[in-house]
Design a protein around this ligand. Structure first.
Ligand code: G3D
Length: 200
């Protein structure tokens, strides 16, 4: 009887766990985004451990205030050129991709576009929702969101019917971060027959 009750309890409390890759060039703000997300999404007020700058990978499993049945396992695998070669090893396992763009880095916008193109055209990410974050919107020297959307829309042709969106955020101030995650979680759940979550 105890085992039955324990089994039922475990199954009622099962959570859907989705893996999300945080990609983008180095210095885009990926580490800051993950750190802010950890703070903003935390269910408890207990301080979470500080994330060090990305040298290999940072991984955090986050419960979400607005989605008690969902866990996000978020991977920041680093954006330096040498690390980008390893991104594809994570594609088959991921449920969603967040691509972080430094909205102030006009000089690297082409590199950013090429990098994103190589991500979205990889067969292993077919059907995966892609969220592009125009980060550092708190800075006066940022590019306008409309201009960043235009760059992204050139790539959107590769995305077909897949869910994709460009959203403005500031990972530093937290502005827009929870809205961005809300957009993503809805798409992850919608896409779960395609890419089923793990149950924890
Ligand atoms: P990465 O993990 O993509 O390499 P980081 O990038 O998160 O390490 O961020 C790179 C730099 O950009 C950091 O500054 C960080 O504070 C800054 N940054 C990240 N997000 C934002 C943002 O939304 N607004 C502003 N103004 N700055 C941001 P430092 O000076 O530490 O290199």
């Amino acid at each position: 009887m105890f085992h039955l009750a324990k089994g039922l309890y475990a199954s009622w409390n099962r959570k859907e766990q989705y893996s999300v890759l945080i990609l983008g060039l180095d210095n885009a703000g990926k580490t800051t985004f993950l750190e802010t997300l950890k703070k903003e999404s935390a269910l408890s007020s207990k301080p979470l451990e500080k994330i060090a700058p990305t040298v290999g990978q940072n991984v955090a499993t986050l419960p979400l205030k607005n989605h008690p049945g969902v866990l996000l396992k978020v991977w920041d695998v680093g954006g330096q050129e040498a690390l980008r070669a390893m991104w594809s090893e994570y594609y088959a396992q991921c449920h969603g991709i967040v691509f972080v763009v430094d909205s102030t880095d006009r000089a690297r916008m082409d590199e950013c576009r090429e990098t994103l193109t190589s991500v979205v055209t990889d067969d292993e990410v077919e059907g995966v929702p892609i969220l592009m974050l125009a980060n550092k919107q708190d800075r006066a020297d940022r590019m306008e969101i409309e201009d960043i959307k235009e760059i992204f829309n050139q790539i959107a042709a590769h995305l077909g019917a897949r869910d994709s969106r460009v959203l403005p955020v500031s990972s530093l101030t937290g502005e827009g971060v929870l809205d961005a995650i809300e957009w993503l979680v809805v798409r992850l759940e919608r896409n779960k027959t395609n890419r089923p979550p793990q149950y924890k």
